[in-house]
Design a protein around this ligand. Structure first.
Ligand SMILES: Nc1ncnc2c1ncn2[C@@H]1O[C@H](COP(=O)(O)OP(=O)(O)O)[C@@H](O)[C@H]1O
Ligand SMILES: [Mg+2]
Length: 252
């Protein structure tokens, strides 16, 4: 009787530790800050992952990514860094005032940083990446946006293998420094291919934002093409942009 009791207890202990392990191994999620998106990807992006946001001009990539940082800071107190290769801080901030995102206030609170790296074109890959890493370290950044990867890959004087560049970003910034990172990839209008075709295999997730003309008007829709470790939605969703930012709604 006594030994059976112990045996049962052991089994319970083993089952319990297994449940605990499974719970421990469950992927941690980073809420996206985009209304309508989290329920489609089990609650958010996998923590410390590299996600590609791809689409043509005007599809909403910049608003999507900035909102990810803005809501991350406002709702979850996480510091965000926006690295741009095209826009100046002033014009960027002005656009988001229109959208009722008070980036200046967040910047004062040290929860949001914007840096423009278009002037470092003359420098090499090492300088650009070490500038980003230094910013991430100093500001304890846990949400990062690179706008765009297309521009970053072209910024270097020496041509660089996209595969190596992504590996450096993944190893040093995403994993070692613990930064959930959005890489914006610009696709020409009507183009189906994402970037060079290499980055899509290395990224943990891909969301395409599509913009096309239908019956004399622009329509926008989003599709989650890939999200590692996630039981994701396979359906297209409408992209709605308003002064409150971007949100996804089901297509009827
Ligand atoms: N207040 C607003 N209300 C509705 N749509 C807006 C508003 N502000 C910007 N937009 C839309 O968002 C588009 C720009 O989105 P953006 O994220 O900059 O695109 P991308 O970075 O993909 O080029 C504009 O072309 C415009 O159609
Ligand atoms: Mg943009």
């Amino acid at each position: 009787m006594f030994t059976v009791g112990i045996a049962v207890k052991n089994v319970y202990a083993r089952v319990e530790s297994r449940i605990f392990r499974v719970r421990m191994e469950k992927i941690e999620r980073v809420p996206t800050g985009i209304p309508g998106l989290d329920p489609l990807i089990e609650g958010g992006f996998p923590k410390d992952s590299l996600i590609i946001i791809a689409g043509p001009a005007g599809s909403g990539k910049t608003i999507f990514s900035c909102q990810f940082l803005y809501q991350g800071a406002v709702k979850y107190g996480e510091a965000g860094l926006y690295v741009s290769f095209t826009e100046s801080r002033d014009s960027f901030f002005r656009n988001f005032v229109q959208l009722q995102f008070n980036l200046a206030k967040l910047e004062e609170e040290k929860k949001f940083r914007f840096i423009n790296l278009s002037s470092v074109e003359e420098e090499g890959v090492t300088e650009i990446l070490s500038t980003v890493m230094e910013e991430v370290r100093l500001n304890k950044v846990s949400r990062l946006v690179i706008d765009s990867f297309t521009a970053l890959a072209q910024a270097f004087k020496e041509s660089i293998d996209v595969r190596i560049l992504i590996r450096i970003l993944l190893d040093r910034i995403v994993h070692q420094m613990g930064c959930t990172t959005l890489l914006i990839v610009e696709t020409p209008i009507g183009e189906q291919k994402i970037g060079t075709g290499v980055e899509e295999f290395l990224a943990d997730g891909i969301i395409t934002l599509e913009s096309f003309v239908d019956q004399l008007e622009i329509k926008r829709r989003a599709l989650i093409r890939k999200m590692r470790g996630t039981n994701q939605s396979l359906k297209y969703h409408n992209i709605v942009i308003s002064k409150d930012g971007i949100r996804l709604t089901p297509m009827v």
